[in-house]
Design a protein around this ligand. Structure first.
Ligand code: NAD
Length: 296
């Protein structure tokens, strides 16, 4: 392997440390404790694991964690009433509704009922619009984590050719907006892109967010490019369950200048950025200076 490994696990620990320091200052100087409310509807096993992990890390950095677990058959009216209550609760600075929601609930309606300034996932239509127009917003956690790692590795991203593979609202589109905001020349590739290998070969920065195990082989990667692999795919290999990304790590690491592993790359950054967004939301709510380096 010739590429530099971008260690998301270590980076996430550093971000959590910065968040914890800021939380301690908020408590000491202003008597304020940031609070994150997480709402889980139903019993999806993966969602339960995420919510537990989010709650644990929230408490570890010194913030208040409010968990709301609702039955799978909760009505839309009851869920919206809970969100309204959280919107109006001054102890709650961030609200996250764990997705996916059960089928009978309208995800867009639910997300857009969260007060935009408490929408720490950055999925509210107001935050999407603010990000798209280069204004201060809450930024989706996974792309924010990718941006932090890219800035840390490169310093300035200005003028670089970036390709984002995937156009989801959660990762691909906000990632492209953030790279554009940092003055990259951005291409968004997707399932209908005509010659994906050719598009990827031109990129100084490749962000893969597709959800297809190891679909990007090393020979698509330009020599020296930086590869950020967002994909999390569970596959069976040699009789064992393993996690792999959207990039074929072994071959890509021979050509890339820097690359994130899976696991231990983008994954740990996502919750760290959720905590960062919560402390940012708390500072904004109280007209206090935001923590440096933890926002876009
Ligand atoms: P999604 O299914 O919503 O979107 C996938 C995108 O990939 C689509 O826009 C589609 O056009 C594109 N695509 C599909 N097939 C393609 C192909 N053959 N060539 C090019 N593009 C193709 O997925 P998502 O929510 O954006 O997530 C993508 C991946 O990232 C998944 O593996 C998911 O598990 C992972 N993810 C990781 C984190 C994290 O914290 N690390 C967070 C969110 C998502």
């Amino acid at each position: 392997m010739t590429a530099t490994l971008i260690d998301g696990k270590a980076f996430a620990a550093k971000v959590r440390g910065q968040v914890a320091e800021h939380v301690a200052r908020l408590k000491q100087d202003h008597g304020i404790t940031p609070g994150l409310a997480v709402v889980l509807v139903g019993e999806d096993p993966a969602s339960q694991v995420y919510v537990r992990s989010k709650g644990k890390q929230t408490v570890e950095v010194g913030m208040n964690s409010f968990e709301h677990k609702l039955e799978a058959d909760t009505s839309e009216a009851d869920l919206l009433a809970l969100i309204d209550q959280l919107n109006n609760d001054p102890a709650v600075h961030g609200i996250l509704v764990q997705l996916p929601l059960p089928k009978h609930l309208d995800e867009d309606l639910v997300i857009n009922s969260i007060a935009p300034e408490k929408d720490v996932d950055g999925f509210h239509i107001s935050n999407v619009g603010l990000l798209g127009t280069g204004q201060k917003s809450m930024v989706p956690c996974t792309p924010l984590g990718c941006l932090m790692m890219l800035r840390d590795h490169h310093g300035s991203l200005s003028g670089m050719d970036a390709v984002v593979i995937g156009r989801s609202n959660i990762v691909g589109k906000p990632m492209a907006q953030l790279l554009l905001g940092d003055s990259c020349t951005v291409t968004i590739a997707h399932s209908r892109t005509k010659d994906l290998p050719d598009v990827v070969r031109r990129a100084d920065i490749v962000v893969a967010a597709v959800g297809r195990p190891e679909m990007v082989p090393g020979d698509w990667i330009k020599e020296g490019a930086t590869v950020i692999d967002v994909g999390i795919n569970r596959i069976e290999r040699d009789g064992k369950n393993v996690l792999v990304g959207d990039v074929d790590f072994a071959s890509a690491a021979e050509r890339a200048g820097a690359i994130t592993p899976v696991p231990g790359g983008v994954g740990p950054m996502t919750i760290a950025c959720l905590l960062a967004n919560t402390v940012t939301a708390c500072c904004r709510a109280n007209n206090l200076a935001e923590p440096e380096g933890l926002t876009a």
